[in-house]
Write a protein that binds this ligand. Structure first.
Ligand code: COA
Length: 449
């Protein structure tokens, strides 16, 4: 949870709980009939065929008051880390999972006692007649104290022994550290970044998956659990698909020049325009002509759904690992719109959290590993999608021009994987040819052909 978000949530809660309706009244009495319901708040479908996730962080504890859109917890699938927010105003009465538990889509995450009239998954109802209540406007010192209390409690994650913010948890994970071995020096035993760094320093950075120092004389056995377990499951599903891979090279010299010439527009709009928006637009234009590549299937492989919208998933290297956020309705977007949306998603990836809608509903995927390195890559299809393309690093290489003179050209390699049960080689070759034509002659991109 970012500090800024915590503070704003805190203030929202503070305003809700402390502001009285009539500031001219020092004391007032109110009596109302309140219908309270203890509702099970289920993990909703977060898309991409994800059936289960790992609970990575609780932002609430039993007894906490929440309002709609307050963060409830952070869950991790094999594709992304997602922050789950509350649908209700109310009080948390039960957390259904511990950290690192598997939570199933459609099953309860928490119970919330709410005063809403909605009847979704109610497990228990009770009607109470509130006793007359005396409310007093608090003195400024009391109010300040309340804010401090709220700020403090915002950072406490209970129902687990380990209290820390997500970035600290990630730092520990990146260093294969077991957080339970580290003594937190923050308030209420919260583990701070400094605690992790100090631990690493004291142990000369030598840690094992279990957090203890590695005994190099012994093999290490570890149960496959949590995030890795989901990854194993999805990738095993992916590899049931008979992939065929089609590769080619594309000259991006003109596109690179065009991109340079758009720098001023990019700066004016405060939007980074990398090569990606052009790749995404070129793919969408080609998908219009070859709709099978933008299709999905059902689990039993009895139907093909030709999707009218081009919801293009972008493989992204985020702090929490690989994520595939989706740029929606690319067929209706211009290059600058796509760049803006990509910038937004990259920012969300850096913050370590996407909205569930950001990772939902992909119909086709692009992976550009070129910003990291590598020339060739065989991309793996994510069911229920049928195809994915991957791009390698741009390299300046000698090539012949039309007069057979050797000239330097910027070259990028592309590999496309397709589900061979539904897509044949000729269709994919035609799709990539159309993609390539637009990238090599970027003017075509603006003509939507
Ligand atoms: N070849 C050479 N350079 C490339 C490149 C390529 N194929 N693609 C991007 N770059 C350059 C960019 O131009 C940029 O340089 P600049 O700042 O000088 O302009 C730099 O690499 C960083 O690019 P980035 O900021 O990451 O933007 P992007 O829009 O090109 O890429 C993502 C966005 C999300 C695709 C990228 O950040 C990412 O996460 N890539 C990894 C994808 C991955 O992990 N795939 C594997 C899945 S299993």
């Amino acid at each position: 949870m970012s500090h800024t978000r915590s503070i704003s949530t805190v203030f929202y809660k503070f305003l809700k709980t402390n502001l009285t309706t009539n500031s001219s009244t020092i004391k007032h009495i109110h009596s109302s009939r309140l219908l309270e319901k203890n509702v099970a708040f289920n993990l909703s479908d977060i898309g991409e065929g994800i059936r289960e996730v790992i609970v990575k962080e609780w932002y609430v504890k039993e007894g906490d008051k929440v309002v709609q859109f307050d963060n409830i917890c952070e869950v991790q699938s094999d594709k992304a880390s997602v922050t789950i927010t509350s649908r209700y105003d109310g009080t948390i009465t039960k957390l259904h999972h511990n950290i690192d538990d598997v939570a199933l889509v459609g099953k309860p995450l928490v119970n919330i006692e709410t005063d809403e009239a909605e009847d979704t998954g109610a497990v228990e109802k009770k009607s109470t007649l509130e006793t007359p209540k005396l409310e007093t406007i608090k003195s400024s010192t009391e109010i300040k104290k309340d804010i401090n209390n709220l700020v403090e409690t915002e950072f406490i994650h209970t129902n687990c022994d380990i209290i820390c913010i997500p970035s600290v948890r990630r730092l520990a994970k990146e260093n294969n550290l077991n957080l339970s071995l580290i003594k937190g020096t923050g308030k209420h035993g919260r583990i701070l970044k400094e605690d992790v760094l100090k631990y690493l320093e004291n142990n000369n950075g030598e840690t094992s998956h279990s957090g203890s120092l590695v005994d190099e004389k012994q093999d290490l056995e570890e149960a496959i659990s949590g995030f890795q377990r989901i990854m194993v499951k999805t990738m095993t599903e992916s590899l049931k698909i008979p992939h065929f891979v089609y590769s080619d090279e594309i000259t991006v010299t003109k596109l690179s020049d065009l991109r340079q010439s758009l720098k001023a527009i990019s700066e004016l709009n405060e939007t980074k325009i990398s090569l990606m928006p052009f790749f995404i637009k070129a793919a969408s234009n080609a998908l219009k002509k070859y709709p099978i590549i933008n299709a999905t299937t059902d689990q039993n492989l009895e139907k093909i759904y030709y999707k009218k919208n081009h919801n293009i998933g972008i493989a992204m290297d985020t702090k929490a690992g690989l994520a595939v956020p989706v740029i929606k309705n690319v067929e209706n977007l211009g290059i600058l719109d796509i760049a803006r949306e990509l910038n937004r998603l990259v920012k969300s990836g850096k913050n370590g959290s996407f909205a569930p809608s950001d990772i939902r509903g992909g119909t086709f995927s692009i992976s550009n590993i070129g910003s990291i390195g590598g020339t060739y890559m065989m991309p793996v299809i994510t069911p229920p999608q049928l195809a994915i393309i991957a791009l390698g690093t741009t390299k300046v290489l000698p090539r012949f021009d039309k007069d057979m003179k050797v000239v330097p050209e910027s070259i990028i390699n592309i590999s496309a994987s397709a589900d061979h049960r539904f897509i044949d080689g000729a269709t994919m070759a035609n799709f990539i040819e159309m993609f390539k034509r637009q990238i090599e002659n970027p003017n075509l991109l603006f003509l939507n052909v």
